[in-house]
Design a protein around this ligand. Structure first.
Ligand code: PAF
Length: 280
């Protein structure tokens, strides 16, 4: 497995593979890898000739209030896991290699970036789309794999790829959960045992909405009320617990088309997100 820091070197490897006619799968990450990330890598190794991953804690997607320096970094374990899965290349740049002195060009993200996370983390998707388009240039893959756990991120990246004619297929992979339902996240390691127990209310609320919809309940206001009822006693604050159109992320009144229920809530000092597709 090649480990490269330099964008030029990473591109040279990808270019060589492409000239050899090999398909490249790309798994962009911020490290602190868990079974969710490894499922993306596994899928890429099954579907593509070679797999490249990136590990970069992207400063431009963190706001000044969010503690970038506190983000977990577990590089040695990450590399060992990727090596074991047969990853061919890992791009691990330093911040100044991605954002050199004088860097000033950013992507203006699509409308789907405005609601939900966009309301609470205003410049987050500007940073995400900018780094993702850079990664797509540095490692021009055939397919890029992202987890459905970050549902809005996926929607924003898919739209950017469509709008900017980026010749990469974006594939969404199912959220990986612990046996008790907790969605895997690098941030789960911040939770104390007591907070982890409370954090289960996110998947419980989403499951409840899913089962109510299966039973025929379709009024979004009622469903959202139910999510809040479950979340309120167990969380410290709720940023949103809502149901939106799965394509546009616009608010809905009734579940009359494919939708997604999304939650962002704080448990202790940790902000957790989760979602579930409904109304298939
Ligand atoms: O989902 C993530 O880990 C990050 O937002 C991404 C896509 C790697 C961009 O920094």
């Amino acid at each position: 497995m090649k480990i490269v820091e330099s964008p030029h070197e990473a591109y040279a490897h990808a270019d060589h593979w492409r000239r050899e006619g090999l398909s490249i799968g790309l798994v962009p990450t911020m490290g602190a890898l868990h079974a969710g990330h490894f499922s993306l890598v596994r899928r890429s190794t099954q579907e593509c000739d070679v797999t490249a991953a990136s590990i970069f804690v992207n400063p431009t997607q963190f706001s000044p209030e969010e503690d970038l320096s506190r983000y977990p970094r577990t590089l040695e374990d990450d590399l060992a896991g990727l090596r074991e899965l047969g990853c061919g290349l890992v791009f691990v740049p330093q911040p100044q290699q991605v954002y050199p002195e004088g860097f000033s060009t950013y992507v203006s993200p699509p409308a789907t970036a405005k609601p939900l996370e966009g309301r609470f983390r205003p410049d987050h998707f500007r940073g995400v789309t900018t780094v993702v388009i850079k990664l797509f240039q540095i490692l021009p893959a055939s397919i890029a794999y992202f987890g459905q756990k970050d549902f809005q991120q996926l929607a924003v990246i898919k739209k950017m790829v469509e709008d900017l004619n980026v010749p990469i297929r974006v594939v969404s992979c199912a959220t990986i959960r612990e046996e008790d339902g907790l969605a895997l996240s690098s941030r789960n390691r911040y939770l104390s045992a007591e907070e982890r127990e409370r954090a289960l209310c996110l998947s419980r609320a989403l499951n409840q909405v899913h089962s109510l919809v299966s039973q025929g309940l379709s009024q979004v206001a009622q469903l959202e009320h139910e999510m809040h009822r479950i979340l309120k006693p167990a969380t410290d604050s709720i940023d949103y617990a809502t149901i939106v159109d799965r394509e546009t992320l616009d608010p809905m009144v009734e579940i009359d088309r494919p939708a997604v229920a999304l939650i962002a809530a704080h448990v202790g000092k940790t902000r957790l997100i989760d979602n579930r597709l409904i109304g298939e």
